[in-house]
Design a protein around this ligand. Structure first.
Ligand code: PLP
Length: 399
């Protein structure tokens, strides 16, 4: 069956060039990069090359890059690393719309003796910077707010946030897992102290990530072990994946200028056409301060899961704003924080494109999604209220 993949914020395809770069590091150049011998030394050189490629994409120095096992580890390492290095500071500031890697960690910290302040967002998903200025205090060890939201694509004004944090003498960590590779990120003249990225969101494999730690920041390792990563992360390096991450960063840098525009045009077409064809629909998230590849749409009076199942029947991969937890539908904490009406939260769908998305893919989704919404509304008791507003049915029985 034809597959139209529109779930790139969940994970991306490994680029063929990335796979090719990785292959020799499984069984040909398999030495340990920490070894004294030349066989391992050549692998260490390749790891350093990957470090340079990552640094080049985000405008940092290679020495500021620590390889990790994923975005979640990088987030945990950043927050724990700063808390442990500053034990007298017990306050953390974060937002209500973070990914669970930060959100649930902060919940855990709040239950274990730390003070956590969660910043709210407005209906566009934007932070109130005045509120931020009011809550950062002397004992704030770290402010952790994301660069771009995984569900809505909303981009926070991270440098403005950083300036406020700096003026108040604290440190800024940003989870940039969804931003790196999609929009330019430049840490050379930035207020960001620590930044998380993850390989599988930018066409590298799953299970590899990196943490940027600005020179001069006192940071205690999260994973304690050997002396790898300049004593900042114990554990033998996942060399093939690190090589893949480096290559993916090089490719992202090369393709970004044209892909940003092309993907945005595809996303805008997708969004505009669906809104035109499906009544009682809305876009969740700021219209312009948004990743070029993401649209989060809510359809009143239908369940997101039902939409996903019918999209899946057509071979279209998307995701919803709610997660099925132990049999109960847990609505998205991001959409709830934005004050999206309950009925719209439940009918939300996220479509996320990549540089492999085509006009044909977008046209296929535009052809199939609106009839699916119409069909679901026809069988839903809530949907009947809206049927009068709908356009004449132009769908076949199998739509
Ligand atoms: N942060 C954000 C914003 C994400 O979207 C994700 C993954 O969906 C993560 C962190 C976690 O990254 P990983 O899957 O590499 O642990």
């Amino acid at each position: 069956m034809k597959v139209v993949y529109a779930d790139n914020n969940a994970t991306t395809k490994v680029a063929p060039e990335v796979l090719e770069a990785m292959m020799p590091y499984f069984s040909e150049y398999y030495g340990n990069p920490s070894s004294m011998h030349t066989f391992g030394g050549q692998v260490a050189k390749k790891v350093d090359m990957a470090r340079q490629q990552v640094a080049d994409l985000i405008g940092s120095d290679p020495s500021e890059i620590v390889f990790t096992s994923c975005g979640t580890e990088s987030d945990n390492a950043a927050i724990w690393g700063i808390l442990r290095a500053n034990p007298h500071k017990r306050h953390i500031v974060t937002s209500r719309v973070e990914h669970p890697a930060v959100y649930n960690l902060c919940k855990y910290l709040a239950q274990n003796g730390y003070h956590v302040t969660e910043l709210g967002v407005d209906s566009n998903g934007m932070l109130n910077l005045n509120e931020l200025a009011d809550v950062v205090r002397e004992d704030t060890a770290i402010v952790s707010v994301m660069y771009a939201n995984n569900e809505t694509g909303v981009i926070f004004p991270i440098e403005d946030i950083g300036r406020i944090v700096k003026e108040r003498g604290s440190l800024l960590h940003t989870d940039a897992v969804q931003a790196v590779g999609k929009i330019p990120v430049n840490l050379s003249k930035s207020t960001i102290d620590l930044l998380t990225l993850s390989g599988h969101k930018l066409h590298a494999p799953k299970g590899v990530g990196a943490l940027f730690v600005r020179k001069g920041i006192t940071f205690t390792p999260f994973i304690v072990g050997g002396h790898q990563e300049r004593n900042r992360r114990g554990g033998t390096e996942n060399v093939p994946s690190i090589v893949g991450l480096g290559k993916a960063c090089e490719l992202a840098k090369k393709h970004m200028p044209e892909e940003q525009t092309r993907v945005k045009q595809l996303r805008d077409k997708l969004e505009d056409e669906i809104l035109r064809k499906a009544p009682d629909a809305r876009v969740n998230g700021h219209k312009t301060h948004r990743l070029p590849n993401t649209t989060n749409l809510s359809f009143e009076f239908v369940e997101g899961e039902a939409i996903l199942l019918l999209l899946n029947e057509k071979g279209i991969c998307a995701s919803s704003g709610s997660a099925c937890t132990s049999g109960s539908l847990e609505p998205s904490h991001v959409l709830r924080a934005m004050g999206v009406p309950f009925t719209a939260v439940h009918g939300s769908v996220r479509l996320s494109l990549s540089r492999y998305s085509t006009l044909e893919d977008v046209d296929f989704i535009i052809e199939h999604l609106p009839p699916i919404i119409r069909r679901l509304r026809e069988i839903s008791p809530y949907g009947r209220q809206t049927r009068a507003k709908e356009q004449p049915a132009s769908i076949s029985a199998s739509a």
